[in-house]
Ligand binder design. Structure first.
Ligand code: ATP
Length: 339
């Protein structure tokens, strides 16, 4: 996957974002100081284990957590120059689905069971694009065609439950693309699907990114999918980005012990398949137990007192490749110890 031109304009810029939930005794930072930008036409991947804050971050971009009264935000999310966190909710509903669209793991959460595919798609197009019923119908067929649905004319007459999982996912993508969004947020879009369909959906996202030039924020647990799809990757752990780099660079020179741990868990075809894959020891701690210093220190074999007491700085490894670790740059021997 080639790098997107560095000159292309920044579309989304998240600056020092914190999302805090009110716990029983204190505020719990699900997202803790995230900086992330996405250029026009860029596919940015966010990877990390369950509980690292990927979904809270992506839902915050769409302001989908507003119903939770006990959530606080700090920082800014600039989209096309305006701060999403400061917009009135009424303006937000014009951006959502229109300029920023989302596809989730479970298509049935986004599709309405009591309307046909055609009705749901037409409604979006008539509302946001002010199309007539006939125009909306034609556009719906065109979009379903674009996502590789074999007989779109039949599909628009069907209800979501009449379609297979892969077809539902394609319909959801078609709906997400209906208004030609500038940004598509894909939150684990293929996890619930079988491997062949996963491949097809990932290929489709790449194809649409190339064809329509839309930017994509791709959220996953799956580093192999990330390698296939993304121009650059952010590795997230317990609310923070611990490493970021162009995809090829991250795979060639992983510099954070957590990234190395994640990479070592990917099955390799050139080794004995019977061999057990290593796992990163321990689990992601709950938000009530976030360590004071480096968030990863409780699971890191390199951690010392400083790691447990002070938050590590972000260091630039090479231009565009950053790592948040006190141990970065220490001897190769120490690095090998975490592999
Ligand atoms: N309403 C809430 N109140 C308190 N904590 C919450 C709330 N919603 C999410 N969290 C916590 O925020 C943290 C981040 O959750 P999030 O769902 O973003 O993780 P994730 O990386 O997307 O995980 P997954 O891959 O399983 O979806 C978790 O510890 C979760 O328990």
């Amino acid at each position: 996957m080639k790098n997107v031109e560095n000159q292309s304009q920044v579309l989304l810029e998240i600056k020092d974002l914190r999302v805090l939930f009110q716990g029983r005794k204190k505020l719990l930072p699900a997202v803790d100081g995230v900086n992330l930008s996405i250029r026009q036409g860029e596919i940015v991947g966010v990877v990390g284990e369950s509980g690292s804050g990927k979904s809270v971050m992506s839902q915050t971009i769409l302001r989908l957590r507003e119903h939770e009264s006990e959530v606080q935000y700090e920082g800014s999310i600039l989209f096309d120059g305006q701060d999403i966190l400061k917009l009135p909710l009424a303006s937000m509903s014009k951006i959502r689905g229109n300029q920023i669209s989302v596809i989730f793991q479970d298509p049935l959460t986004s599709l309405n069971p009591v309307y046909t595919v055609g009705n749901q798609m037409s409604e979006v197009l008539m509302l946001h694009k002010k199309m007539s019923k006939q125009e909306a119908r034609e556009k719906s067929i065109e979009l379903l065609n674009l996502t590789g649905i074999p007989s779109p004319e039949r599909c628009i007459k069907q209800y979501p439950f009449e379609l297979s999982g892969g077809m539902q996912q394609r319909v959801m993508i078609a709906m997400a693309l209906a208004c030609e969004p500038k940004l598509l947020i894909a939150d684990e879009p293929t996890t619930a699907l079988d491997v062949t369909i996963q491949e097809q959906i990932l290929d489709l996202i790449v194809e649409l990114n190339k064809k329509l030039g839309m930017s994509v924020l791709f959220i996953t647990h799956d580093l192999s999918a990330m390698a296939q799809l993304c121009h650059s990757v952010r590795v997230m752990y317990l609310g923070q980005i611990v490493e970021e780099a162009a995809t090829a660079e991250l795979f060639a020179c992983p510099s954070h012990p957590y990234t190395r741990g994640l990479l070592s868990c990917i099955p390799r075809l050139d080794t004995d398949r019977e061999e057990e894959l290593p796992v990163i020891p321990g689990v992601v701690p709950p938000l009530t137990d976030v360590p004071v210093g480096c968030h990863f220190c409780t699971r890191c074999t390199l951690a010392d007192e400083k790691c447990r007491e002070e938050e590590p700085p972000v260091t630039e490894v090479t231009p565009g490749h950053k790592v948040k670790c006190w141990k970065y740059g220490q001897t190769e021997k120490e690095k090998e110890a975490v592999q």
